[in-house]
Write a protein that binds this ligand. Structure first.
Ligand code: ADP
Ligand code: MG
Ligand code: MG
Ligand code: MG
Length: 659
């Protein structure tokens, strides 16, 4: 998230007049960074995760699980301990966790006032020791967070709170949904982090769009779900704000759960991984190569089957967030002819990547096959200043967006030596990969962020998926893998990833042959795959990829040539010097990923769906009521706290005693 600058944020009607000025300054700042850091070499590999939590408050008297709105108080308590530690106190000895010498983890605010984010106190290196410290570090963060909460509060890690936006009481304390920033029928503005940036973000997205955001996720039709399903929680008679007309004008869709506020999306929790590459070239390679892996990992980490108190027919959060910050006007969405706006824009500013950006000769022009909207003037300015075509195109695409929140004060200060205007646009382009240039003035290098994964309920799972991605980057770079497929196919995969149980029931486009053509005839592949010995004759793009199950992509084909990403990681591990204990621990993490892909273990989404459907109070009508939610939240709390749940954990995590 960008800096939480303080000052006076402009309402949309004023901000929009300054949008060009911010873009111009932003590009100036980008060029400064580009010129200062493009020649960086040999930055060390560092990486780190971001874990987002929902903070629950249990109301034991009413057997209700609510969202706690005490983010500010909790962060304050955490910050004062951090000061203690900086003064030499060490991490407070908590429960049975011993004092650690590692730096105090960092806790950040998030959009939802019921959310927290944590990152390791310092980024991890690639050492085996560091890789094996990921899960303990995540566990430590969870315990530290918990210890700065009230007795009845707890941090949990699941993407979406099942009863956010329901008619009952779902926050502690309760507020009616009448706020003027979101104008939502369902979520009170008090759910938004009160730092002025966030309510302004919500209000300006709504104002720019010209209506409330409208998110429609398909409902899961169970035996007794009314058909047709018309979301029964919508109030068609409210006349509090002009936007109440939205539902009378058809904002909600039959057969769908309707949501009308930024909080539904930005109130979701993700698992994100940021890598520092050794130089800009390697960062660009990683960005492109991880891009096609994004939708696969979204489906594999699926953990969000409930929205607004209803079982959904999707398993993941992505499109909810995408819709929640979709600030495009009707003209930009193609509903009205262009008149006041410059472009018709196919996607929300939260969406899958639309263009590869590497200068890799293997990037065939056919792979960038979307009708990409770019600001030609910005592209020209970047290219005139020495930036190459692909990278210029990438930024000229990000910069078609307006800055949503502008603090007047920032425009009165010199732009040199800073990145605030650049970050204003950059960090509100929420794509599934993010290319992060170095912050000016520091010694941080070119970084790439992998953003599609859903947060998992236990730190074992979060560590497993993080470690999988880290090892995959090593394999990609060591074997010079080529995962390119046309980017339109990545888009298709992103849609497929939403389907209920896509991980087992659907197929995804993936490149058939990941190995570079062998320049020397006797070159052998690490896996002995015959694919590497083929001659370097060009293949038609359409013949380069095929539909595969996630099991095939991850574990390899039994009746085909595709070797599988996990076998590739294993052969990589065979070639590097790794001790037996480490190898064994890594195998445990990889096994979770592998078994999720094969179906031997359930995704969180399937597990949650089964939990609800087998609850004695469930009426097979898709409704997740307070009591079901209470029991589910208790189970999720235990899973997160203990890393296991007797009787129920097995399907999710395998036969694993509490760790
Ligand atoms: P954002 O919210 O902008 O994506 P955060 O600061 O929340 O970024 O998280 C970034 C992650 O990157 C953290 O896990 C952090 O440990 C890690 N990180 C910090 N510095 C570096 C670096 N130089 N290289 C790689 N990762 C880093
Ligand atoms: Mg962050
Ligand atoms: Mg975050
Ligand atoms: Mg991030």
């Amino acid at each position: 998230m960008g800096l939480l600058a303080l000052g006076t944020p402009l309402a949309w009607k004023d901000a929009k007049k300054l949008a060009d000025q911010v873009r111009t300054l932003g590009i100036q700042q980008l060029l400064e960074i580009w010129n200062a850091y493009r020649g960086n070499e040999r930055d060390i590999l560092l990486w780190g995760d971001e874990i987002e939590y929902l903070v629950l408050a249990f109301d034991e008297e009413n057997k209700n699980a609510c969202l706690s709105l005490r983010q500010a108080e909790i962060l304050k308590a955490l910050a004062s301990d951090e000061k203690l530690q900086a003064a030499g106190g060490g991490v407070p000895a908590i429960n049975d966790i011993e004092e650690k010498s590692e730096p105090f983890p960092t806790f950040h605010p998030e959009f939802g006032r019921f959310m927290l984010e944590s990152t390791p106190g310092a980024p991890f290196s690639l050492s085996w020791k560091d890789l094996l410290s990921v899960e303990p570090n995540m566990k430590l963060r969870r315990i530290i967070a918990k210890n700065h909460m009230a007795e009845n509060e707890t941090p949990i890690t699941m993407p979406s709170f099942p009863r956010l936006g329901t008619k009952g009481v779902f926050t502690s304390p309760y507020y009616p949904p009448t706020g003027s920033q979101s104008r939502s029928q369902f979520i009170p503005d008090e759910c938004i982090n009160p730092h002025i940036r966030f309510p302004t973000l919500a209000a300006n997205i709504r104002a720019r769009r010209g209506s409330k955001v409208a998110i429609n996720m398909p409902v899961f039709y169970d035996e007794n779900t009314p058909k047709p399903f018309n979301d029964p929680t919508i109030d068609y008679d409210r006349h509090l704000y002009p936007e109440d007309d939205d539902v009378r004008n058809g904002a909600s869709k039959e057969g769908h759960i309707y949501m009308d506020a930024m909080g539904f999306g930005m109130g979701c929790c993700c698992l994100q991984i940021t890598f520092q590459a050794k130089n800009i070239k390697e960062a660009r390679t990683l960005y492109d190569q991880l891009c096609p892996v994004g939708p696969i990992m979204l489906a594999l980490t699926a953990n969000a089957p409930i929205f607004k108190g209803f079982l959904a027919d999707v398993d993941v959060r992505w499109n909810v967030i995408s819709g929640a910050v979709d600030d495009r006007t009707e003209e930009e969405r193609g509903i009205k002819p262009l008149n006041n706006n410059r472009w018709k824009i196919p996607k929300s500013r939260y969406g899958s990547v639309s263009t590869y950006l590497s200068d890799d000769p293997r990037l065939r022009p056919e792979y960038n096959d979307l009708d990409l909207v770019i600001d030609e003037d910005i592209k020209k300015r970047l290219m005139d200043n020495g930036m190459d075509e692909h990278l210029s195109t990438h930024f000229a695409h990000l910069f078609i967006r307006d800055p949503i929140v502008i603090f007047q004060e920032t425009l009165d200060e010199p732009a040199e030596g800073k990145s605030d205007h650049f970050e204003n646009i950059q960090s509100t382009n929420w794509q599934h990969m993010r290319f992060k240039p170095p912050p000016p003035g520091g010694n941080i290098g070119w970084r790439v962020e992998f953003r599609p994964m859903e947060i998992q309920m236990t730190d074992f799972e979060n560590a497993a998926f993080s470690i999988f991605i880290v090892l995959l980057t090593r394999v990609i770079l060591s074997y010079d893998l080529n995962l390119y497929i046309p980017i339109s196919k990545v888009d298709e995969n992103m849609a497929t990833a939403h389907k209920r149980d896509a991980v087992l029931s659907d197929k995804f486009w993936f490149r058939k042959d990941l190995f570079p053509p062998a320049p020397i005839s006797n070159r052998t592949s690490p896996t002995g795959s015959r694919a590497t010995t083929r001659p370097a004759t060009p293949v038609a793009v359409e013949d380069e990829y095929q539909l595969m199950t996630i099991n095939e992509i991850m574990n390899g084909q039994t009746d085909g040539d595709f070797v599988g990403l996990i076998p590739l990681i294993n052969s990589y591990l065979d070639t590097v010097n790794v001790d037996v204990v480490t190898r064994c621990e890594l195998a445990g993490y990889l096994s979770l990923v592998s078994k999720r892909a094969s179906g031997e273990l359930q995704t969180g989404a399937t597990w949650i769906r089964e939990f609800v459907r087998s609850h004695p109070e469930y009426k097979k009508d898709s409704v997740v009521n307070e009591s079901i939610n209470y029991d589910l939240m208790k189970a999720v709390e235990k899973l997160g706290r203990d890393g296991y749940l007797e009787g129920l954990g097995e399907k999710l995590l395998g036969p694993r005693s509490s760790s």
